[in-house]
Design a protein around this ligand. Structure first.
Ligand code: CDT
Length: 327
């Protein structure tokens, strides 16, 4: 029997700094209504979906940024999303800023801050949680930058690895689902860790500026979207998985995010792409059996991987210089 799942990327247009979560959540519920009308079974929302991309705003006292975070899930603001999931029988993926009261690496109980995503079943039950591992940007104010990117200031590095869960979704009895968040998509290690758990559907949200904000060299504008798509398409192909990659788009607090949300199949082909900079639903029917060809042939990991040659991947962080010929 065909394992068919209808998925949607629910791209969100900009959310301005002054706008409350209720505005964003109202828009998200409307996208879920539209998804239901189109027969969608799983909706993927972007990274930090309910607020402006607040890491562009500097606070000397980081506690002043706490109002962007959720301390419970469901939180008061997100209850309408959980209700909509139950009403329409749709699963959803949500990116949000999380405060967790947990021990840190030294065992000390702290208020910890994470850039988090959850996968919620149509019943409203949370099936899986992921906390962003690859935090881009910087921790201190950088005057040379056009726009700040303070993820390293406001978030702890995710401590849940890259988990995959097998659960029913839509009419599919069991589907292997994993998550990553934004910058993670550029790191093949993240994809491979999911691939090594037989992932069949990767969900990811992103907030990516249309311009390089570092002010430290020219980057052609058209390459920004190209690099995002290239990374996702390669990750899908090399790990024989579908992906739903959902953007926040448009001009937010005066700064443009590039949108171009996509759904990609295990051949690495884009099967749906957003074309607006606003709230937009793109959908695809995913035949999950398409994952089988890659993982039983060219990317049959059991037959062809050579971990004994990959030691540097986990033993080393920065690149080292190679030996020089003739010395
Ligand atoms: N949110 C996030 O992780 N954004 C980064 C911006 C880096 S600029 C290339 C991203 O990788 O898209």
């Amino acid at each position: 029997m065909t394992r068919l799942l209808t998925v949607a990327a629910a791209q969100l247009g900009p959310i301005q700094k002054a706008e409350g979560r209720d505005v964003a959540v109202g828009r998200m519920v409307r996208l879920m209504e539209r998804a239901h009308a189109r027969g969608v079974q799983l909706v993927v929302f972007p990274e930090l979906a309910m607020t402006t991309f607040f890491p562009r705003h500097y606070h000397e006292n980081t506690a002043e940024a706490d109002h962007w975070f959720e301390e419970t899930m469901p939180s008061e603001a997100t209850v309408p999303l959980f209700e909509a999931a139950r009403r329409y029988g749709i699963g959803f993926h949500l990116g949000y800023a999380e405060i967790a009261h947990e021990p840190d690496e030294t065992g000390t109980l702290r208020r910890r801050h994470f850039n988090t995503a959850i996968l919620v079943a149509p019943s409203g039950e949370i099936l899986l949680k992921y906390r962003k591992v690859h935090l881009p940007g910087h921790a201190d104010f950088k005057p040379e930058r056009r726009v700040q990117h303070l993820e390293k200031r406001y978030f702890d590095v995710g401590n849940l690895g890259f988990p995959v869960i097998r659960a029913p979704m839509g009419g599919v009895d069991g589907l292997n689902m994993g998550m990553m968040i934004c910058n993670d998509r550029r790191w093949p290690e993240a994809w491979r860790v999911l691939g090594l758990q037989s992932v069949e559907l990767v969900m990811l949200g992103y907030n990516t500026p249309s311009l390089n904000q570092e002010n430290s060299g020219f980057e052609a504008h058209h390459l920004r979207v190209f690099h995002s798509h290239l990374s996702i398409q390669a990750g899908c192909y090399q790990n024989a998985t579908f992906a739903v990659a959902t953007a926040k788009a448009g001009v937010e607090d005066g700064h443009e995010l590039f949108g171009h949300s996509i759904i990609v199949n295990p051949m690495g082909e884009i099967v749906a792409m957003a074309t607006s900079w606003g709230d937009e639903l793109i959908t695809a029917d995913c035949d999950l059996d398409m994952c089988t060809l890659g993982r039983t042939t060219i990317f049959d990991f059991a037959a062809h991987r050579r971990p004994e040659a990959y030691g540097r991947i986990v033993e080393q962080t920065a690149a080292v210089a190679p030996p020089v010929w003739g010395e």
